[in-house]
Design a protein around this ligand. Structure first.
Ligand code: HEC
Ligand code: HEC
Length: 468
């Protein structure tokens, strides 16, 4: 090749690269996988070493395996319950994806109900409901009563966009009944939450705390109602208060805490982090039920627990699709105009993971596109659960990352969005935005049909993958 044309070619290709980056096609930098379909959320970061890939596979097997009631012949996987909701992590995070509210008449699995009463618990956390604890477990092993059943009913709400087009939203209401241990406290606070997709959580953990502070500072300095704040929560593995990043109220700081907490609270598997079952004193059958594992040791050992944490930390975000499509580009502009990007901050560069023992250096220094500020925002009455969680009040929720939101349809055959899965797609999710996001929602109400379609397509329906 002639040297004179080599130079501009190189320039051109690096420009193209930069443009790609601006569009955020490589959602997770070098970790990005170009995948669609059912398994789009289940791939390891593309740049893991072979040894790390093996660890990922081991972690995956414990994420998916069903735990069984103790005593069983396989000590390595007994200890389910006594109270639980699902038998495995994958039972709720189906294909590493998102849970859905149950069909009418069915019991929820991918949606769980957090409980508390008013007042502050240990380390500024919640005060558990005295008889039922901090979570409602609608399943139990044989010989133990379940805590009860959850019913969800929906009321249809009707509205119109400024152009006259009609929309319908589903307003959920919850009731807890067939209670196993008598009445709930009168002042019980209830917070329904669906299981989110797990892609890229390791990189969310590797966003510098200073970036979260910067988001809050910038929002505080701007005019207008958007004023996000950091949640600060107790991290049991680290033994200190840390900024919250995970859970719908940023109520958990690390993947390690979330994992040990889910093993204990959702499946009934104890660990060195949370060595006790969740039975309250009033639940005598639960207290008396046989424990799993080997003697006095926790039901899951530290190595296995660490492998499950590593597995999630290294789940890759899939690439965005059709980032150069004209309608997508139009939607991207509308997204910024409607101030969506103030809370759903597009991009960061990761630092080294604060928990390298459960993560990979492959995640360090990557330009990622999660679309979140990881801050709490007042989202208005209609979304409020009235249940404080750490510094979060009963009207605040954490801005969830938007990466992968469009692929939930392919992975989970539904697209139930928001903390309790009430929204059936992106547009409904936006129509529920209130409080600090009211101006954004009003802007969307005034959009023309083609503008709404472009906005949704930007967040969601990008046409196709470029590679693979
Ligand atoms: C009963 C259903 C259920 C089971 C079982 C379950 N999860 Fe979850 N998971 C959830 C829900 C609901 C949330 C959101 C919790 C909240 O907002 O407090 C969540 C959140 C998470 C998050 C944080 C994601 C984020 O971005 O906020 C991680 C990581 C996670 N789960 C991992 C696991 C692991 C590992 C297991 C198995 C040990 C597991 N989960 C078992 C329902 C479940
Ligand atoms: C004030 C901050 C803020 C603004 C502005 C904002 N959002 Fe959100 N967004 C949130 C929060 C917080 C949630 C979670 C609310 C809940 O779960 O109840 C959310 C949830 C969502 C969801 C559902 C995600 C999921 O995983 O279920 C979508 C989609 C979304 N927003 C898109 C948008 C779009 C598009 C705009 C602009 C029109 C926008 N948001 C403006 C804070 C904001």
């Amino acid at each position: 090749m002639h040297p004179k044309i080599l130079v501009p070619l190189v320039l051109l290709s690096s420009l193209a690269q930069a443009a790609d980056d601006l569009l955020g096609e490589t959602t997770g930098g070098n970790t990005t996988v170009f995948a669609t379909g059912r398994n789009a959320f289940s791939f390891p970061a593309a740049n893991l070493t072979d040894a790390e890939q093996s660890r990922f596979v081991i972690g995956n097997s414990f994420f998916k395996r069903n735990w069984v009631q103790a005593p069983a012949s396989t000590k390595a996987r007994d200890g389910l319950g006594p109270h639980f909701i699902a038998r495995s992590c994958g039972g709720c995070h189906v294909n590493d994806g998102r849970g859905a509210p149950p069909a009418v008449g069915q019991q929820p699995v991918g949606l769980l109900i957090r409980l508390s009463i008013s007042g502050l618990g240990a380390h500024g956390g919640v005060m558990p409901e005295p008889t039922y604890g901090d979570q409602f477990n609608n399943a139990a092993v044989q010989g133990v009563k379940a805590e009860g059943k959850v019913d969800i009913a929906y009321t249809e709400l009707h509205g119109n966009f400024a152009d006259g087009a009609a929309y319908t939203l589903l307003q959920p209401s919850y009731s807890l009944h067939e209670l196993g241990y008598g009445p709930l406290a009168n002042e019980v606070l209830v917070s329904p939450r669906i299981a989110p997709q797990l892609i890229g959580v390791g990189m969310l953990e590797a966003i510098d705390e200073a970036e979260l502070e910067r988001n809050a500072r910038q929002q505080a300095a701007e005019k207008g109602p958007i004023k996000g704040m950091i949640n600060r929560v107790w991290d049991a593995p680290a033994g200190k208060m840390l900024p919250g990043r995970f859970g719908w109220k940023a109520n958990v700081a690390t993947i390690a805490h979330q994992t040990a907490g889910a093993f204990q609270g959702d499946i009934g598997i104890t660990s060195s982090v949370f060595p006790d079952e969740t039975c309250t004193r009033a639940q005598t059958d639960c207290v008396a039920a046989p424990r799993g594992g080997q003697g006095k040791a926790p039901e899951i050992d530290d190595k296995t627990l660490g492998d499950v944490v590593f597995y999630q930390a290294t789940l890759a975000p899939p690439a965005r699709r059709a980032p150069n499509d004209a309608e997508v580009l139009r939607g991207q502009k509308l997204f910024a105009e409607a101030q969506c990007s103030t809370c759903h901050r597009p991009s960061y560069v990761t630092q080294a993971s604060p928990n390298p023992q459960f993560s990979s250096t492959a995640l360090n220094g990557q330009r990622i596109w999660p679309y979140t500020d990881l801050l709490l925002h007042d989202m208005g009455d209609a979304l409020a659960d009235g249940r404080p969680d750490g510094l979060a009040n009963g009207r605040q929720w954490k801005t969830p990352p938007l990466w992968g939101v469009g692929l939930i349809k392919e992975v989970n055959n539904h697209q139930r969005l928001l903390h309790d899965g009430r929204a059936r797609g992106v547009l409904e999710a936006v129509l529920w935005h209130g409080g600090e996001a009211e101006t954004s929602r009003d802007r969307v109400l005034k959009m023309s049909q083609p503008e709404r379609a472009a906005l949704v397509k930007f967040v969601d329906r990008r046409l196709r993958v470029r590679h693979r």
